[in-house]
Design a protein around this ligand. Structure first.
Ligand code: PEP
Ligand code: MN
Length: 266
């Protein structure tokens, strides 16, 4: 099956600061100081192309921190003004799309829980009609390649050509070393069906802990994925979300410096 996406290559919409292409930033924007300080340290590494930060957080259960909300858009604006890094947030509703675009966000991503729901994806896609913004679609939480493809198609059909996929692993009932099983075959299959679609690996949400990140990041590069999205926090020990998997900017810099970009056939 060859999928017919109408896509512009990654380097037409994202300036690749350094290979491999890297999106980094905190799981959640928590305070203005935390976000801006993290952004400065990430920018200083010279490796980051896009700053990520969740401001609307899809939590599995209620009663946990659900994101700082729209005020985070102002903090992202400041982080961008001071560091020059373009910004990315997760959107899960049409209202998020509207607010993020009005707030000057450069890249939008659709989270794994949203990708699993075609109504949600369609609502987001409809809000994107007529807008020229890069959108990245995470795989659904469950190992269903068609749902992932369907979400990409809905966004592409709405006219978004600056499109990429994020491989963040799949939930599994089995207890394994990973928070979300990589199930690499699903990402490879997407690549086979849609060779022009960039796939970015998210080792943070696959691993669930920082120790395994270098292994998954290297494996993604070995599989010729086009970039990485990795969570980084100025002080992961006090992070409000995903504390175990976040890296300080300097730890991230160190991991990135050790990754090998192996060219096929080399
Ligand atoms: C995130 O990127 O912080 C996030 C919530 O990810 P996912 O949708 O992959 O669970
Ligand atoms: Mn996270």
């Amino acid at each position: 099956m060859k999928l017919n996406f109408n896509i512009q290559p990654l380097n037409t919409w994202a300036k690749v600061t350094k290979e491999p292409f890297l999106i980094a930033g905190p799981c959640s924007a928590e305070t203005e100081e935390q976000l801006v300080a993290t952004a400065h340290l990430l920018a200083k590494t010279g490796r980051v192309s896009v700053l990520r930060a969740g401001i609307w957080k899809p939590r599995t259960r209620p009663g946990e921190f659900e994101g700082i909300g729209s005020i985070g858009l102002e903090w992202l604006k400041r982080a961008k003004a001071e560091t020059g890094l373009p910004t990315a947030v997760e959107v899960a509703t049409a209202k998020h799309v509207e607010e993020a675009l009005k707030g000057g966000v450069d890249v939008l991503w659709i989270g794994a829980r949203s990708t699993a729901n075609p109504f949600t994806v369609q609502e987001i896609a409809d809000a994107l009609r007529g807008v020229d913004v890069p959108v990245i679609v995470k795989n659904p939480v469950n190992p269903d390649l068609s749902l992932w493809i369907g979400a990409l198609e809905r966004v592409n059909n709405a006219g978004i050509t600056k499109l990429a996929a994020i491989h963040r692993g799949f939930s599994s009932h089995e207890k394994t070393a990973f928070r979300n099983e990589p199930m690499w075959d699903l990402a490879i299959s997407l690549k086979t069906h849609a060779p022009d679609l960039p796939i970015i690996c998210d080792p943070s949400h696959i691993c669930g802990n920082r120790e395994l990140i270098p292994y998954i990041a290297q494996k993604a590069l070995d599989l010729d994925m086009q970039g990485l999205i990795i969570e980084s926090h100025i002080d992961p020990s006090v992070a409000w979300t995903d504390a175990k998997q976040q890296l300080t900017p300097s730890a991230l810099d160190e991991i990135m410096s050790r990754l090998e970009i192996r060219k096929p056939g080399a």
